[in-house]
Write a new protein. Structure first.
Length: 276
């Protein structure tokens, strides 16, 4: 019997979280009120400055090796607020819950359909994400996807983050004939998965793939020369490549490249036949 484990990244693969459209705009607006008052900034410029401070603090933590702390948005926002003398206080989990509405969160196309089919095939499903559970769980519940995942692996629980192997290995329970990880970032999800012994399935938006690759199967795309500039571009625009100075674009080798979640079903069938 072929036993298959598939781990999933969340944002950019299964869901769109409310941070960009809801949580951070509210946080930055309220903290920015202090800059409007003390520095005479326009509200939009004040909010933009606060967002820059939040990003800089997250990057500082990554560069310092404080990897788990770099995803603790409650503490990062606290630091940004104190830096400008803002009296505003926030509970980020409650803000996430507040913005878990259709205007701010969404499931990626075919997510529920594909997860349902994989579950029906007996595939073991797990989430491996750098988002803390308290930030991710309300979104997955709100989208009706949480029940597909008995295992939800997050940094504050296991003490490490993607792309390091430990967070992936926490999802591995028992023996598997195949282990796949589906993600959209080239360092966290491709390089990280391959270092942990999982076959990386890289999800790339259709418009970001050369036309010549669209008609090919997901297992054929990685070997084509025209994918190299796509990988290089993704590497250079990845979230925080400066935190992992020993990694290069040439180190990142997706096993499969999919343009939407429906193609994952073909990958599973192909991989199963390959080990049968």
């Amino acid at each position: 019997m072929i036993c298959l484990l598939i781990t999933f990244d969340l944002d950019g693969v299964l869901q769109q979280n409310p941070f960009g459209k809801g949580v951070f705009p509210e946080v930055c607006s309220k903290i920015g009120e202090t800059l409007v008052e003390n520095e005479g900034l326009e509200p939009k410029h004040a909010a933009k400055k606060v967002m820059g401070m939040i990003r800089d603090e997250a990057r500082r933590r990554l560069s310092a090796g404080d990897y788990v702390e770099a995803y603790d948005w409650d503490d990062i926002v606290r630091v940004a607020g104190e830096a400008v003398g803002s009296p505003a206080r926030f509970d980020i989990e409650q803000l996430v819950i507040k913005y878990c509405t259709p205007d701010y969160i969404s499931a990626y196309p075919y997510a529920a359909e594909v997860l349902g089919k994989l579950s029906g095939l007996g595939v073991q499903l797990a989430v491996v994400t750098n988002g803390f559970l308290k930030y991710q769980d309300p979104v997955m519940e709100g989208l009706g996807l949480r029940h597909f995942f008995p295992d939800f692996i997050t940094p504050e629980v296991v003490g490490t983050v993607k792309p390091f192997p430990g967070i992936y290995q926490a999802a591995i329970k028992g023996e598997h004939s195949l282990r796949l990880h589906v993600g959209d970032t080239i360092i966290h999800d491709v390089w990280g998965a391959q270092m942990a012994g999982l076959d990386p399935v890289w999800m790339v938006k259709e418009q970001d793939l050369p036309q010549s690759l669209l008609a090919l199967a997901p297992w054929e795309r990685p070997g084509r020369p025209e994918i190299k500039p796509v990988i290089a571009k993704a590497f250079n625009s990845d979230l925080h490549p400066e935190a992992y100075p020993k990694v290069t674009a040439e180190d990142c080798h997706p096993m499969y490249i999919i343009k939407d979640l429906r193609e994952l079903l073909a990958v599973v069938e192909y991989a199963r036949q390959a080990v049968a």
